[in-house]
Ligand binder design. Sequence first.
Ligand SMILES: NC(=O)c1ccc[n+]([C@@H]2O[C@H](COP(=O)([O-])OP(=O)(O)OC[C@H]3O[C@@H](n4cnc5c(N)ncnc54)[C@H](O)[C@@H]3O)[C@@H](O)[C@H]2O)c1
Length: 244
Amino acid sequence: MASSERVAVVTGASRGIGEQIARVLHRDGAKILGIDVPQAASELQAVTRELDGDHLTLDITTKDAPQRIARFVKETYGGVDVVVHNAGITRDKRLMNMKRDTFASAIAVNLTAPERITAELLKQKLVNENGRIIGVASIAGIAGNMGQTNYAASKAGVIGFVDSLADELEHGITVNAVAPGFIETKMTAAVPFATREVGRRLNALSQGGLPVDVAETVAFFASPAAAGVNGNVVRVCGQSLLGA
Ligand SMILES: NC(=O)c1ccc[n+]([C@@H]2O[C@H](COP(=O)([O-])OP(=O)(O)OC[C@H]3O[C@@H](n4cnc5c(N)ncnc54)[C@H](O)[C@@H]3O)[C@@H](O)[C@H]2O)c1
């Protein structure tokens, strides 16, 4: 690693929005540490190999995940400049049909894991001066979405977390979030056809967004130009009417 190179950790980096975030941050000069579940190991390795980066396969909800990430960062780079909490899941059901575990799993991946990883990195003073912590929320966390009480609650939690943490950070470290609308990935490919078409078209641009649209907004938060931007949430949704 070149000594001036910034280090960026991206969770859920094997595909979709996370993969694009890794690619765009690498384009902007960062060394990438991509993280994803063991089942996605080969895709993750293919991405990070292409970007001359590193990879760590783990489930971010496991008890020791924050410590394992912190140890890898400390031993490999000494610290991290950009942390992007991108990994996320949907488990859609109306609340009356939702199992406790289904609600809890969305909260665990989308909200508790980013909180625990952030806390561990800050506690161990591994976020470098002028570091950037970036959450991936959703417009569902701003205005809700039917069948997504668990997902929307977790993403609203990300927004509240970012708003509050911004006041606590020192040494030029900032925290912000993006709130994507409908973005064309495997996550939205799993949505039933009619709902997918509504999500895709009901916005000012009449089309679904691309992972790179979200990645470029993350790259702005990570850039020197965003030094004065802290505790903000930017919607990347083309003025979506769903969740507006
Ligand atoms: N696609 C959209 O329309 C959309 C809209 C709003 C927000 N988002 C958010 O953007 C992020 C990326 O979404 P995507 O569409 O690329 O989804 P995706 O399902 O294509 O990718 C998510 C990635 O996260 C990883 N992941 C899931 N659980 C994990 C865990 N426990 N530990 C480690 N990695 C884990 C998956 O393996 C996968 O690689 C998510 O947080 C999602 O909620 C997506």
